[in-house]
Write a protein that binds this ligand. Structure first.
Ligand SMILES: O=C(O)CCC(=O)C(=O)O
Ligand SMILES: [Fe+2]
Ligand SMILES: [Zn+2]
Length: 375
């Protein structure tokens, strides 16, 4: 959805919710007018010819209403462009990851709008792919809310413990989340060889003091370490580290380096969980080197400059990319009710849903062109 439009020297510049801008050159806008006068209705081919306007053409004015750009030209001709259609033409889609630190605040979008409106879902997913963290707000107070997200995020990934994890203070709880203690930034289920690549944390009810959420861009920390201290970075890529999470019925255990690279050398997984890391065999080669690297990466993760903070209110759902973004919380006073639910998803399914939305919007555009041409 376009959030604003401004007239520049030779282009109308539209801004998207994530702050990205797309310039639309005036001659391009005029040349691509889709109206019945500018296209041959029978074939939907272009009839307007660029020589019909001066090379320094500029709009008389531009307005934005309901995600449609209305461009009024000096001769009174009106060109309309839907934000979605512009988005479908911007190539390549904006998918590069954007690093962030303490001043980051995740994009906020309404829970119902995310489910009901393709344009909103598209903005949210694009932002999620770039930053690894977005917030859905005003979710209904219902144990079913996370299930509903499957429409946009793909199926919930069940793990052995539970399909939906209820995080409340529980004196018999099997992990640190079930206490009121502070939780350092971590990713969930580092104890699986493929930890969940997306996690939704849904604050169903929050009536306590404290317990602010903390998120850290693990990929940013790892890339900076790679640039500043390449030898330490290497130890984190090479040393296998054991992680374990268990309860009286279930057991999860995996041994994996803290940083995983793909074949092109790009960082794909940062695995960090102080509370579930297990002692490694101290006699294997490289343990002292690894520990120096682990100390450095931990210092960077725990630095105030790395931690984005906010308090989740009742109805907020924080969605994080599990292989990139670490989440944690401050300690809280367990005097009132604080009920959080977690569900896991897969990043691939979220990314692929964006492709579906783009396909859908391109075919909507084609259908609209067909409709207006009467074919
Ligand atoms: O209590 C919180 O805010 C987060 C707990 C946690 O780490 C989790 O639910 O995965
Ligand atoms: Fe967690
Ligand atoms: Zn026209």
């Amino acid at each position: 959805m376009v959030t604003s439009v401004e007239l520049g020297d030779d282009a109308a510049v539209v801004t998207w919710p994530n702050g990205a801008v797309t310039p639309l050159p005036y001659l391009w806008l005029r040349d691509n007018c889709g109206c019945d006068q500018c296209r041959i209705a029978q074939t939907s081919e272009k009839q307007f010819h660029l020589t019909g306007v001066p090379v320094d053409l500029e709009p008389a004015r531009v307005q934005l209403a309901d995600d449609v750009l209305h461009v009024v030209w000096p001769d009174g001709h009106v060109t309309e462009f839907a934000g979605n259609d512009i988005r479908a033409l911007v190539n390549p889609p904006m998918q590069k990851w954007r690093p962030w630190g303490a001043d980051f605040q995740p994009l906020r979008a309404d829970f119902d709008a995310f489910l009901a409106e393709d344009a909103t879902a598209r903005d949210v997913i694009e932002d999620f792919l770039e930053t690894g963290a977005v917030m859905l707000v005003s979710a209904p107070e219902s144990p079913n809310a996370l299930e509903k997200l499957q429409l946009r995020l793909g199926r919930i990934r069940e793990v052995v413990f539970d399909r939906i994890h209820n995080v409340v203070v529980d004196p018999t709880g099997y992990n640190a989340a079930l206490t009121s203690l502070q939780l350092p930034p971590h990713n969930d289920l580092a104890s699986l060889s493929w930890p969940p690549s997306a996690q939704a944390l849904y604050m169903m009810v929050n009536g306590v003091d404290g317990g602010e959420s903390i998120i850290v861009d693990g990929w940013r920390i790892a890339s900076e370490l790679r640039a500043d201290r390449p030898e330490l970075f290497r130890f984190l890529c090479d040393m296998p580290v054991p992680f374990r999470i268990f309860d009286d019925k279930e057991e999860t255990f995996a041994v994996s380096p803290m940083i995983t690279l793909d074949l092109a050398g790009e960082i794909t997984i940062v695995r960090y969980s102080n509370q579930t890391m297990q002692p490694m065999d101290p006699t294997q080669p490289g343990v002292a080197d690894f520990y120096r690297a682990y100390h450095e990466v931990s210092t960077r993760i725990m630095a105030d400059s790395a931690k984005a903070r906010f308090k989740l209110q009742s109805g907020d759902i924080l969605l994080v990319a599990g292989h990139r973004v670490l989440h944690g919380r401050e300690a809280f006073e367990p005097t009132g009710v604080r009920h959080l639910q977690d569900a896991y998803f897969e990043h691939d399914n979220i990314r692929n849903h964006l492709r579906v939305l783009m396909r859908r919007s391109v075919s909507d555009l084609a259908a609209r062109r067909r409709d207006t041409s009467g074919v």
